[in-house]
Ligand binder design. Structure first.
Ligand SMILES: Nc1ncnc2c1ncn2[C@@H]1O[C@H](COP(=O)(O)O)[C@@H](O)[C@H]1OP(=O)(O)O
Ligand SMILES: [Mg+2]
Ligand SMILES: [Mg+2]
Ligand SMILES: [Mg+2]
Length: 304
C-alpha cells in the first residue's frame, strides 16, 4: 500500500477493499444456506453474515488504523480470532486520488468509522438480495466526510458486486450518477413501516412510492436517478445506517437529515438511534420540498 497517500485517502482505499471482502463473506454464507438467524428485537434480526462481515471489517481496519475509533452495528464481535478475515489490500483507484487540502491534516484520533456490515438484513433473509449493502462511513468532527456502499449482489458482466464511494471535496465513483426522475418518486422502507411513516409518505404527493430495504440501497436509488426523495419518518435507523450513505450523497451534492431538516452528528459519543427519522434527496431543492411537506404535528411527535 502506498504509505505516501494521506491518511483519509488510505482509509477510504482500505474501506473499499474491506467492503469487497465483506461482500464475498455475505454471499458465501448465503450460498451455504446456514444463516444462523438471531432475533435482536422486534423486526430486528442478525445473521451469521452480519456477524462475520463485521468481524472482517473491524479486524481489518483496526489492524491497520489502530487509533481510529470504529463502531459496528453488531455486538459480541471478538476481533482476536479473526485472522482468517484480515484484508489488507487498498483499492488502487482510490489511492491515486488527489487528496483535497481540506482533508490532508486529518489524524487517526480525529476519525470515527461507522460500520454496518450488512444493511438490509430483513431483505437478506427474505431473498431480496439486491437491496443488501455493506456500509463503511468515515466521520471527522462529527460530520460524514467519506463512505463506501458495497452491493454484494449487483450483477456485472463478469463479476458479482460493485462498490460505490464518495469523498468530500473530491466526488463519487463506482457507478454512473443519474438525474432525478421527471415525476416525484419516493423511496421508503419495505419492512419497518407504521402509520406515521405512511402519513409522511401521503403528504409528499408523489407519483410513485418505491418500497425497498436498507438505507444504503435507498440512497443509491437517489444517486442513480431512480427516486427523488428518501423518506422514513420513524426511529429505527442508526448512525451506522446513515453515515456512509450520507457521506456519499453529500459528495454528489445531495443532503441527508432527519425529517425536521436537522443534520445528525457522528461523534463516538452520539446516541446510536436516528430518533427523528431520515429525509434525503440528491439536491437542496428536493430536500427543502420534503422538509416543508412534513406536517409540524408529525415533526413534534417524532422529536417528543
Ligand atoms: N425498527 C428497526 N429495527 C432495526 N433496524 C432498523 C429498524 N428500522 C430500520 N432499521 C435499519 O435501517 C435500515 C433501513 O431501514 P428500512 O429498510 O426499513 O428502510 C434497515 O435495513 C435496518 O438496518 P440493518 O438491516 O442493518 O439492521
Ligand atoms: Mg440490523
Ligand atoms: Mg443497517
Ligand atoms: Mg446491519
Amino acid at each position: 500500500m502506498s504509505q505516501t497517500a494521506p491518511l483519509i485517502v488510505r482509509l477510504l482505499a482500505s474501506s473499499v477493499s474491506v467492503a469487497n471482502r465483506a461482500g464475498k463473506i455475505v454471499r458465501d454464507i448465503m450460498s451455504k444456506g446456514e444463516l444462523g438467524i438471531v432475533e435482536k428485537g422486534k423486526d430486528d434480526y442478525q445473521t451469521e453474515a452480519d456477524r462475520s462481515a463485521q468481524r472482517c471489517i473491524i479486524a481489518s481496519l483496526s489492524a491497520q488504523y489502530p487509533k481510529v475509533r470504529i463502531i459496528g452495528e453488531e455486538d459480541g464481535n471478538e476481533i482476536q480470532s479473526s485472522h482468517e478475515f484480515l484484508e489488507t489490500d487498498a483499492d488502487k483507484e482510490i489511492l491515486s486520488l488527489e487528496c483535497p487540502a481540506s482533508l490532508k491534516g486529518i489524524k487517526e484520533e480525529d476519525i470515527v468509522v461507522w460500520v454496518d456490515p450488512l444493511d438490509g438484513t430483513a431483505e437478506y433473509t427474505q431473498g431480496f438480495l439486491e437491496h443488501v449493502t455493506v456500509l463503511i462511513g468515515i466521520s471527522v468532527n462529527e460530520k460524514p466526510i467519506g463512505g463506501v456502499i458495497h452491493q454484494p449482489y449487483f450483477k456485472n458482466e463478469n463479476k458479482m458486486g460493485r462498490t460505490i464511494w464518495g469523498l468530500k471535496d473530491v466526488g463519487v465513483g463506482g457507478f454512473t450518477p443519474g438525474n432525478p426522475p421527471e415525476s416525484l418518486i419516493i423511496t421508503t422502507t419495505r419492512s419497518h413501516s407504521n402509520p406515521i411513516v405512511e402519513n409522511a409518505l401521503q403528504v409528499m404527493k408523489a407519483a410513485q412510492v418505491l418500497r425497498v430495504g436498507g438505507a444504503g440501497y435507498k440512497v443509491l436509488q437517489l444517486l442513480e436517478g431512480k427516486a427523488s426523495i428518501y423518506v422514513f419518518a420513524s426511529p429505527g435507523c442508526k448512525k451506522w445506517d446513515t453515515c456512509a450513505p450520507e457521506a456519499v450523497l453529500n459528495a454528489a451534492g445531495g443532503k441527508l437529515t432527519d425529517v425536521l431538516g436537522n443534520f445528525y452528528k457522528y461523534g463516538a459519543s452520539e446516541s446510536r438511534p436516528n430518533k427523528t427519522g431520515v429525509l434525503a434527496a440528491v439536491n437542496d431543492e428536493l430536500h427543502n420540498y420534503a422538509v416543508q411537506r412534513i406536517p409540524q404535528e408529525l415533526k413534534d411527535k417524532l422529536s417528543a
